[in-house]
Write a protein that binds this ligand. Structure first.
Ligand code: ADP
Length: 492
């Protein structure tokens, strides 16, 4: 039995009972595949109860080994070896039509909310029927945005379409990812580009790996031909049928440095619907610094060039007490002090543009499903002109805390994510801010409330976007306010 069997006050209130929330007036049953901060958050949430028992995946595989009938739309991701090199072009569908084989049951009781891992989803989704109220992490084909090769392909396609429909100048708003080619399929185009730009640095990355695995930098074509021989002619590796898909990308040689060190910014974005597109942006994120001073002389040194915490924590001089992170609040303050608030607003506006364009590039491809939500981790790098570049988008950003401050950030982030999903039905659905999440896009750009009018240089007032990345996050006070006001509205 869970510790959290207490029915919270808000569920016992008359208003809540009358409102007949998404779940109703019983406890909310959850499952969680992870053993980190998200599990703490779920276990600590009043009125939520953990569904115990064996993993559904095993049961489902035993009971249901046949493939889903009529399941033309495979939601299996392209495998790590890159068998599938392009977008599926799948049309959006409502998965209410999925074969009703499992009933969203775990074998030991239903769940209302499942923080599942991607592998579980890929193995089970095609054979699963979800009830009206159930919520599950990940859209089925999330990899369209989170595979490095597919992300770039989708962005390039939307850019072309935008240029066709709105003119070349509009297409410029897509120039935020470094020139990228997929290997092996675009090897010859890459070689032409390589020859046109002698002396520059390139970075090779496996399309489907993370945490800096398999990444290397190079300047000579010979380096890649040596790698190519090893990768593409695996004489000894009989398990590998096809070469692994890589992306080769122009390396950003002029990153913005603080204290001589390179960093990238991790930003959290929540999508609750793709059709219409509804996007929330979390105020807190962090900059991840490399431990060693930046230099282009040592391109083989991962500790200089890769800012992943999983890489940096193995650096010989890594100090776990100090860590290698700055909050986005601290970063924003630093940049404002150094470059002024106008320059900083431009940086953050550029980041908003990256967030929305990224999502729009897959809006018609992602299989929209009202049961699904996704919390993305965007990785953004600034260059020394303060231009933000999109490095990649993660569907499973790390929720393991690297220290106390990091734990607090992730705990608040995830708790507020549950507040946005509002399975308890405590809010009105019209909120533009919930805790640390601000509604950035709701079938169009969301503007901040009138109180946030901003004066332009020519003296006129403009309303700004409802975007507050790196701004103060007084989430607890804000939550108290919106819950009080929602309760008052629901009573009337
Ligand atoms: P992974 O999924 O393995 O983390 P990323 O694409 O996020 O791969 O790259 C890992 C790190 O390498 C990034 O955090 C960043 O510091 C660095 N990096 C990646 N691509 C580039 C690039 N084009 N220019 C400069 N640095 C890059």
């Amino acid at each position: 039995m869970s510790k959290n069997t207490r029915v919270p006050g808000y569920m016992q209130s008359k208003a809540a009972r009358n409102a007949r929330g998404i779940i109703g007036d019983r406890e909310i049953r959850f499952k969680c595949s992870l053993q980190n901060t998200i599990l703490d958050v779920l276990r600590g949430r009043p009125g939520w109860q953990e569904v115990p028992g064996p993993n559904f995946q095993q049961q489902n595989m035993q009971q249901n080994s046949r493939p889903a009938a009529g399941s033309q739309t495979s939601t299996q991701p392209p495998d790590g070896k890159g068998n599938k090199t392009g977008s599926t072009g799948t049309t959006p569908s409502n998965t209410q039509n999925s074969p009703a084989t499992s009933g969203g049951k775990t074998g030991d009781g239903d769940w209302d909310f499942y923080w599942c891992d991607r592998e579980w989803l890929h193995q089970n989704y095609d054979t699963m029927f979800l009830h009206e109220h159930q919520k599950i992490l990940h859209f089925r084909n999330h990899y369209e945005l989170t595979r490095k090769n597919l992300m770039v392909k989708n962005l390039k396609r939307l850019k072309k379409q935008t240029e066709r429909e709105q003119g070349k100048s509009e297409g410029l708003s897509f120039d935020f990812h470094p020139t990228t080619y997929e290997l092996p399929s675009e090897y010859h185009i890459f070689v032409e580009e390589f020859k046109r730009n002698p002396g520059i640095t390139w970075i090779m990355k496996p399309a489907a790996k993370s945490q800096g695995k398999g990444i290397f930098l190079f300047r000579r074509l010979k380096d890649i031909t040596d790698w190519k021989k090893g990768e593409y002619q695996p004489l000894t590796d009989t398990t590998r049928e096809v070469p692994e898909t890589y992306v080769v990308q122009r390396y950003i040689e002029n990153p913005y440095l603080i204290g001589g060190r390179k960093f990238d910014i991790r930003i959290y974005v929540l999508v609750v619907s793709y059709n219409p597109l509804k996007v929330w942006l979390y105020r807190d994120g962090f900059a991840r610094f490399s431990n060693t001073r930046f230099s282009l002389d040592s391109i083989e040194d991962a500790y200089v060039h890769l800012t992943n915490v999983s890489v940096q924590k193995n650096a010989p001089d890594y100090d776990p007490e100090k860590g290698c992170k700055w909050s986005t609040l601290r970063l924003r303050q630093y940049l404002s002090a150094k470059h002024g608030s106008e320059a900083v607003k431009k940086v953050f506006k550029g980041i908003d543009n990256i967030i929305t364009k990224g999502l729009q590039s897959v809006q018609k491809i992602i299989i929209n499903d009202k049961h699904c939500f996704e919390m993305y981790g965007y990785d953004i790098l600034l260059d020394d002109d303060l231009k933000p570049w999109l490095i990649e988008i993660n569907a499973s950003p790390s929720l393991t805390a690297s220290g106390k401050e990091d734990y607090e950030l992730k705990f608040g982030l995830l708790n507020d994510l549950l507040n946005v999903l509002d399975l308890e039905n405590r809010l009105t659905g019209k909120e533009k801010r919930i805790g640390g999440w601000d509604l950035l896009w709701d079938d169009g750009p969301v503007l901040a409330d009138d109180g946030n009018m901003e004066c332009t240089t020519n003296g006129t007032s403009v309303t700004t976007a409802n975007s507050f990345l790196g701004c103060h996050n007084d989430r607890k006070r804000q939550l108290r306010e919106i819950y009080t006001s929602a309760q008052a509205i629901k009573k009337t």
